[in-house]
Design a protein around this ligand. Structure first.
Ligand code: ATP
Length: 364
C-alpha cells in the first residue's frame, strides 16, 4: 500500500493542456474518485498515474519511490477499464492467471492465487468459461480479479461501471467499496457520475479543464464547494444560483435579490465588507429550499412563479421563475403547485452560500 503523490504535473497534447500543473496526494489505503465533466482531464490524470502517459513536466511518487519515468509494468498497479479488456480466446482462469504467468511465478502459486481472488469476487464457478459466455457484470468482476491477483500497490479504475445497467452498477459499486476497504488498497476511480463518486469514495477530486477545482470528502464538496464550478457540478438537480446586489444602509449590509432583500450571516457580512464587494452570487441547493404561500420573516424569501412540476414518486422537482432566473426546488410528493401559480421560495440563512462573481470563490 502506498500513497500516490503528484507534484506540479502537466500533460500537453500539442496545444491542448489536458492536465494543468496538478499537485495532489491520493491517501494511502483510501478510495479516491476523480470526478469531472467530459474532456476535463480525468482519464489523462489516471493514465499519468498508471504510466501509460509520461508527464510533460512534474513528478509522480508512489510513497517514497519516484515513478515519473517508469513504464506501467514497473509500477505494481492494477488497472480496470470501462470495456473490461479481457482476452476473448482465454478462459476466465487464464485471463486472471495471465499477469502472474508474465511474472513467471510457479504454476502452483498461480493456481492458489487465482482461486483466492476468484473466491473473493465470487466467480469461482466461472473459471472455465470464456468471456463471451459471461454477463457484463461477470466480465467486470473477472477484470477486477485480474487487476487484484497481482496484489498491486494501487488499483486504478477507469469508469469501470459505466457499461453496466443501472441496477447492476449499484450492486457492483457497493461490492467494490466493500472489497477496497477489506483489502485496504489505495484505489483511484475515474468517473463522471457524481452519485457513484460520492457514494464510493473517501476523497473526491473535482477536476475541470485540467485543473483541480477541489479535493475533499463527499460532505466537503457537497456542503462546502470551493467555487461556483463545484457548486454547480455537485448535486442533482444542481445548486441554484441567483445574482445579488449588496446594499449598505445605516451601517448594515443587505443582499438584494429579485425585488427582495435579506441580511446575510455574520461571517458573510464580514467578508463582503473586507473585500468591498458590490455584487455576490447567491447559491442554494434545491433540497434546502421550501415553497410557501406567505413570505418568511427570516432567511431568503423571493417571489416566484411556477413553471413546471416533475413528479418523481418520492418527491417532486418544481421549477420556478425568479425574475428571469430558473430555480429548482425538491418538494415533498404532496406539494404539487400549478404552472403559473405565484408563490414564495424560502431558504434558511444557514443554507445560503455566497460567492464572489469575479473570483468565483465561496466567501466562507
Ligand atoms: P471523458 O469523460 O470524456 O473521457 P476525460 O475527463 O477523461 O473525458 P481526457 O480524456 O483526459 O478527459 O481529455 C482531456 C483533454 O485532452 C481533452 O481536451 C481531450 O480532447 C484531450 N486529449 C486526451 N487524450 C488526447 C490524445 N491522446 N491526443 C490529443 N488530445 C487528447
Amino acid at each position: 500500500m502506498v500513497e500516490v503523490r503528484l507534484e506540479g504535473v502537466t500533460k500537453k497534447f500539442g496545444r491542448v493542456v489536458a492536465v494543468n500543473n496538478v499537485t495532489l496526494t491520493f491517501p494511502d489505503g483510501r478510495f479516491s474518485a476523480i470526478l469531472g465533466p467530459s474532456g476535463s482531464g480525468k482519464t489523462t490524470l489516471l493514465y499519468l498515474i498508471a504510466g501509460i502517459y509520461k508527464p510533460t513536466s512534474g513528478r509522480i511518487f508512489f510513497g517514497d519511490r519516484e515513478v515519473t519515468n517508469l513504464p506501467p509494468k514497473e509500477r505494481n498497479i492494477g488497472l480496470v477499464f470501462q470495456n473490461y479488456a479481457l482476452y476473448p480466446h482465454m478462459t476466465v482462469y487464464d485471463n486472471i492467471a495471465f499477469p502472474l504467468r508474465l511474472k513467471k511465478l510457479p504454476e502452483r502459486e498461480i493456481d492458489q492465487r487465482v482461486h483466492e481472488v476468484a473466491k473473493l469476487l465470487r466467480i469461482e464457478e466461472l473459471l472455465n468459461r470464456y468471456p463471451s459466455q459471461l454477463s457484463g457484470g461477470q466480465q467486470q468482476r473477472v477484470a477486477l480479479a485480474r487487476a487484484l491477483v497481482k496484489q498491486p500497490d494501487v488499483l486504478l479504475l477507469d469508469e469501470p461501471l459505466s457499461n453496466l445497467d443501472a441496477l447492476l452498477r449499484l450492486t457492483i459499486r457497493t461490492e467494490l467499496k466493500k472489497l477496497q476497504s477489506k483489502l485496504g488498497i489505495t484505489a483511484i476511480h475515474v468517473t463522471h457520475d457524481q452519485a457513484e463518486a460520492l457514494s464510493i469514495a473517501d476523497t473526491i477530486v473535482v477536476i475541470d479543464t485540467g485543473r483541480i477545482q477541489q479535493v475533499g470528502s463527499p460532505e466537503d464538496v457537497y456542503h462546502r464547494p470551493r467555487n461556483l464550478f463545484v457548486a454547480g457540478f455537485i448535486g442533482s438537480p444542481p445548486a441554484n444560483m441567483l445574482p445579488g446586489v449588496i446594499e449598505r444602509s445605516n451601517g448594515n449590509v443587505y443582499v438584494k435579490v429579485a425585488g427582495a432583500r435579506f441580511t446575510p450571516r455574520e461571517e458573510h457580512v464580514r467578508v463582503i465588507s473586507e473585500a468591498g464587494l458590490d455584487r455576490v452570487i447567491i447559491v442554494f441547493r434545491p433540497e434546502h429550499a421550501k415553497l410557501r404561500y406567505e413570505p418568511a420573516n427570516s432567511g431568503l424569501t423571493v417571489p416566484a412563479e411556477v413553471y413546471v412540476v416533475e413528479p418523481l414518486g418520492k418527491e417532486n422537482i418544481v421549477s420556478l421563475l425568479v425574475a428571469e432566473n430558473l430555480v429548482k426546488i425538491v418538494a415533498p410528493p404532496d406539494v404539487k403547485p400549478e404552472p403559473g401559480e405565484k408563490l414564495y421560495i424560502t431558504v434558511p440563512l444557514e443554507r445560503i452560500l455566497l460567492f464572489d462573481p469575479d473570483t468565483q470563490l465561496n466567501l466562507e
